[in-house]
Design a protein around this ligand. Structure first.
Ligand SMILES: Nc1ncnc2c1ncn2[C@@H]1O[C@H](COP(=O)(O)OP(=O)(O)O)[C@@H](O)[C@H]1O
Ligand SMILES: [Mg+2]
Length: 312
């Protein structure tokens, strides 16, 4: 997995400057058969990065721009009559039938279409007219959104956010990176190098990485630590609703991937703590007073981590 990460990161660096942690987290989501939500203000390369990573993975990739007028069938597919009168009804698969789906600006589309996406993520299949159509394997959704307070047309409900293994916050590059970015070749304002990104993986590689991650060992006290950290999010005073048991499953899986990225075949408490923010931040609902005081979900994750003794 480490080799794949290094190779992917090298490719992605051809077009994106200073966002290596994002590559790690996208790979983590892929490695646990999960999905990633990428949040950030416009223009921080969310789309570009998802694009670059998908190309480097070497699997089939589709991008869907979510819009207010998009229908669920625009995503999942339609059943149509082919062959004219006396022809047959046939299912025409929508863009969701791919290995990596970039669901771009997912909070700009109404709940019905969001729900169709989330259902596909959950079930790994699409049902149309009583027939189920399995999605390809691997199937990774990378959804992007603007921060809710920025342009929250249709914020994803918490129950749906919980299905994303990680929420990746993409911030502004630091000044040196922003300058380095300007040295990347552009054609006018378009990045020129996206076509130079080589496929360094394949569907097979991703499936192999997945089984490697599954086979990562976790000592009982580390398992207990995962459960305690997730439990602690429910008792942080500023938190209205803490993380779910599903979050605990996701945290353990992501910690295994984190261990593999570090070249280890066992999970340490640091792996758990290291990935706790991206795994937990989108699942916490804060009390209104706390939000007014600019207390963030990430602060609550920090409090939860601080409340649990680290096993050693
Ligand atoms: N870290 C970065 N490295 C390289 N280019 C960047 C970076 N951040 C922004 N850019 C530039 O800004 C453009 C906007 O990126 P885009 O992926 O469309 O942003 P977003 O989807 O976040 O709105 C990119 O095409 C690229 O030219
Ligand atoms: Mg974008």
């Amino acid at each position: 997995m480490k080799e794949l990460r290094d190779a992917v990161a090298t490719e992605v660096r051809k077009v994106v400057v200073g966002q290596d942690p994002v590559v790690d987290l996208l790979l983590t989501a892929a490695a646990v058969n999960g999905h990633a939500l990428v949040e950030g203000v416009p223009g921080v390369a969310k789309t570009l990065m998802a694009n670059a990573v998908a190309r480097a993975f070497g699997v089939e990739f589709r991008r869907v721009q979510f819009t207010p007028d998009m229908l669920p069938s625009d995503l999942t597919g339609t059943t149509a009559l082919v062959g004219g009168l006396g022809g047959e009804m046939r299912f025409r698969p929508g863009p969701v039938f791919t290995n990596v789906l970039l669901a771009d600006e997912v909070n700009r589309t109404p709940p019905k279409t969001q729900a169709a996406l989330l259902e596909a993520m959950q079930e790994q299949q699409v049902s149309a007219d009583g027939v189920t159509h399995p999605l390809p394997d691997p199937f990774l959704v990378v959804a992007t959104q603007n921060p809710i307070e920025y342009e929250g047309t249709y914020p994803l409900p918490e129950a749906q956010l919980d299905r994303f293994v990680v929420k990746i916050d993409v911030g502004y590059p630091d000044p040196a990176d922003e300058e380095a970015m300007l040295h990347i070749v552009h054609h006018g304002v378009a990045p020129a190098t996206l076509d130079d990104i080589r496929a360094v993986g394949s569907a097979d590689t991703l499936r192999r990485v997945r089984s490697t991650v599954d086979a990562t060992s976790v000592a009982d006290d580390v398992v207990a630590y995962v459960a305690q950290v997730v439990g602690a999010t429910r008792t942080v005073p500023s938190v209205e609703l803490g993380a779910s048991p599903r979050a605990a499953v996701h945290l353990l899986a992501a910690a295994k991937a984190t261990a593999r990225l570090a070249g280890r075949d066992f999970v340490t408490p640091d792996d758990v703590a290291g990935v706790a923010h991206p795994v937990l931040r989108h699942r916490l609902i804060l009390r209104a007073e706390a939000e007014l005081e600019r207390y963030r979900a990430d602060d609550a994750v920090t409090s939860a981590l601080a409340a649990v003794p680290v096993p050693r």
